[in-house]
Write a protein that binds this ligand. Structure first.
Ligand SMILES: NC(=O)c1ccc[n+]([C@@H]2O[C@H](COP(=O)([O-])OP(=O)(O)OC[C@H]3O[C@@H](n4cnc5c(N)ncnc54)[C@H](OP(=O)(O)O)[C@@H]3O)[C@@H](O)[C@H]2O)c1
Length: 261
């Protein structure tokens, strides 16, 4: 179902990659963008590009792991420009480079704190205000890696699966308050994050193509946006196989940390 195009949009992790491409995709006259990230200069560069397309832009250098700073930024922005669409996009990756590599407690916690808790640090205060208004849309940028754990990135897969599970859980409840929840499951998108991924990257999309695809599906109110289709289909198929067989297939596809030579 189509709805009015959002006018007040907040994007976390807008200083680079997919978040930047999403900000640019939405930037036009009449739109107010609230953009956050940690790197002030890259964020300002993104804001300037969005302003050149006619958008009004408010930026905030906020780390999504800092719940208070994230809440303060979003509630201040929302008080001025009631948010129609929040895109919880900020995220970090971690991959095991070789067979002896391992994600210990600290590394695992950082990934989960950013990708899962950080997304909720943004979503929860906004949802509270959207509930009062009785409208809004939350987009959670998860990953196709949420569909099946892979040995090459345990904490990342787990953090993205947790985000998907949370979104699926709250969607029916929030629908009663006229708040949509969309879970985005991108495959490989050409950004700094995918540039350092050591495994195969089939069907990789540009950030611009991914952003426009997400924008168009969000506009249709889709609950789940998984792309590209072939990769999403393949990952869903893996979940139907016996776990050991799925592990073996993923290993053959380079999603198992390489043995040292
Ligand atoms: N690229 C892919 O192939 C791919 C595939 C599936 C899903 N995704 C997801 O898409 C999202 C964007 O990834 P990307 O590929 O665009 O990566 P990217 O180019 O590395 O950009 C990540 C963005 O997140 C921000 N960020 C990271 N940690 C943050 C923190 N603690 N607080 C606030 N902002 C933070 C970064 O800004 P600062 O450094 O300025 O903080 C940057 O703007 C992530 O959630 C990622 O998991 C990406």
């Amino acid at each position: 179902m189509c709805k009015a195009a959002p006018r007040h949009i907040a994007v976390t992790g807008a200083s680079a990659g997919l978040g930047r491409a999403l900000a640019l995709a939405y930037a036009r006259h009449g739109v107010v963008l609230g953009l956050s990230g940690r790197d002030a200069s890259r964020l300002e560069a993104c804001a300037a590009d969005c302003r050149s397309r006619g958008a009004t832009v408010v930026i905030a250098t906020a780390d999504v792991r800092d719940a208070e700073a994230t809440q303060n930024w979003l509630t201040d922005f929302d008080a001025q420009h009631p948010i129609d669409l929040l895109i919880a996009n900020a995220g970090v990756a971690s991959t095991l480079a070789h067979a002896n590599d391992w994600e210990g407690r600290e590394r695992t916690a950082n990934i989960v704190d950013t990708n899962f808790t950080g997304a909720l640090n943004a979503a929860l205060p906004v949802i509270e205000r959207m509930r009062t208004r009785g409208r809004g849309h939350i987009a959670l940028i998860s990953s196709i890696a949420a569909l099946r754990g892979m040995a090459i990135s345990p904490a990342y897969c787990a953090s993205k699966a947790a985000l998907k599970a949370w979104g699926d859980s709250v969607r029916p409840v929030l629908a009663r308050d006229n708040i949509r929840v969309s879970i985005v499951l991108p495959g490989f998108v050409k950004t700094a994050m995918s540039d350092v991924f050591p495994g195969d990257k089939p069907f990789m999309w540009t950030a611009e193509k991914a952003a426009h695809h997400i924008q168009s599906k969000l506009q249709k109110g889709r609950a789940e946006i998984a792309f590209p289709g072939m990769l999403a289909f393949g990952m869903r198929l893996l979940t139907l196989l016996p776990a050991a067989l799925a592990d073996a297939i993923l290993g053959r596809m380079s999603y198992l940390p390489r043995e040292e030579r």
